[in-house]
Design a protein around this ligand. Structure first.
Ligand code: EPS
Length: 373
């Protein structure tokens, strides 16, 4: 069996973002409209910059499908850039004054240059477009087997919401999220967050926040306790931390476990009225010992404020050595809403990978047979 993998390539102002996805079974229907819908959501959210008025992201599938179904071969995805101008020295000038918090300075040191342009072009969150495309592709598989993901913005500075999402309320939560300019399923919190973004813009500053993803319908036993790097929480952690600007990831209660007694943290194991084992709470966030336990998987990630500030931050010109404000590149004031879409899809991708590792199957029929067994 091939492990589900995704390799991406592309620069922010190059011809596009590209991904090769391997390991999906044959005969999976690919819902291009659903993938494009997620690409559209990723471009949205209050606080985004001018680039999103130029782009209109749409995926092109260049290999691995026929008549709308996967063949089992590697799938090549392309999300072309309209704002493609990488080789024009006037349009993409050198960047000598690194932005604190961005990849600029560390990348310049690593690659031995005083021009951060090559680094920022690859480090740019523009790359998340094709990652969303790959994640939404894996989402086609999840949907076929009854697994559902939902991601939203759960906090920004001193405003936060705390929701329990299950099969009874997931549709309402999604409707409320989709009605929110911040992708936050609470109208009051949305208003507060919008006003923070407005303030940030006025101050020529930026603002980050927390995103949360719930995965419903996961069978128990995805991931493993046997080889620790394959533990599902370890893999979800790596996936979420690989999103640009993410500085922490938590499963379930997360770091709050450190401030409670064991009896307040661990979810009791009880029989329901039909004698089936169930859990009355889900503080573990659906994962125990690196494996799903049958409860919804709940992952929260923190995105820092975007490191490109209109007013700049103290920096040093790498060419001259003089103290100057950091360079400004067109950017977003807040991209937390978009990040919630990215997070939903990188989490979904890892869940799909763990599902295929447990059940396997070269075709959808075979996967379903294995799951039914
Ligand atoms: C992004 C496109 C980029 C940035 C942003 C995300 O476009 P441009 O650099 O042309 O304005 O707006 O990138 C970053 C936040 C970053 O750190 O590089 C996008 O499509 O999401």
């Amino acid at each position: 069996m091939t492990r589900l993998t995704m390799t991406t390539a592309g620069e922010s102002h190059g011809p596009g973002g590209f991904a090769i996805v391997t390991g999906l079974p044959a005969d999976l229907p690919i819902d291009i409209e659903a993938i494009n819908h997620e690409l559209g959501r990723r471009q949205g959210g209050y606080g985004r910059g001018g680039r999103q008025r130029i782009e209109s992201d749409q995926v092109e599938v260049l290999s691995g499908t026929r008549h709308g179904l996967t063949t089992g071969a590697p799938i090549t995805l392309s999300v072309p850039n309209r704002d493609s101008r990488l080789d024009d020295p006037e349009q993409t000038p050198p960047v000598h004054r690194p932005r604190p918090g961005h990849a600029d300075l560390a990348g310049a040191a690593k690659f031995g240059t005083d021009d951060c342009r090559n680094i920022l072009e690859r480090a740019s969150a523009r790359q998340t477009a094709v990652r969303v495309a790959g994640g939404a592709l894996a989402g086609c598989l999840l949907r076929e087997v009854g697994i559902e993901t939902i991601g939203y913005v759960t906090a920004m500075r001193d405003t936060s919401i705390d929701l329990t999402v299950d099969s009874n309320n997931v549709n309402d939560v999604r409707t409320a999220r989709d009605a929110s300019s911040m992708y936050c399923p609470d109208a009051g919190a949305t208003e507060a967050m919008e006003s923070m973004v407005r303030n940030a813009k006025e101050m020529k500053d930026t603002v980050g926040g927390l995103c949360r993803v719930h995965v419903l319908g996961c069978p128990a036993g995805l991931g493993t306790c046997m080889t620790r790097l394959d533990a599902l929480d370890a893999r979800l952690g790596a996936a979420v931390m690989s999103i640009q600007a993410f500085k922490s990831v938590e499963i379930g209660l997360g770091r709050a476990v450190a401030s409670h007694w064991g009896s307040e943290v661990h979810d009791p194991i009880i029989n329901d009225d039909q004698g089936r084992i169930t859990r009355p709470s889900n503080r573990a966030g659906g994962i125990e010992g690196g494996m799903t336990n049958g409860m919804p998987v709940v992952v929260t990630g923190a995105m820092k404020p975007i490191s490109t500030l209109l007013r700049g931050l103290p920096s040093v010109n790498l060419k001259t050595g003089s103290a100057e404000q950091s360079d400004y590149e067109r950017s977003d004031v807040c991209a937390v809403s978009a990040a919630s879409v990215v997070m939903e899809h990188v989490v979904g991708f890892e869940i799909a990978a763990a599902l295929l590792e447990k059940f396997g199957g070269d075709s959808m029929d075979e996967l379903r047979r294995h799951m039914n067994n």
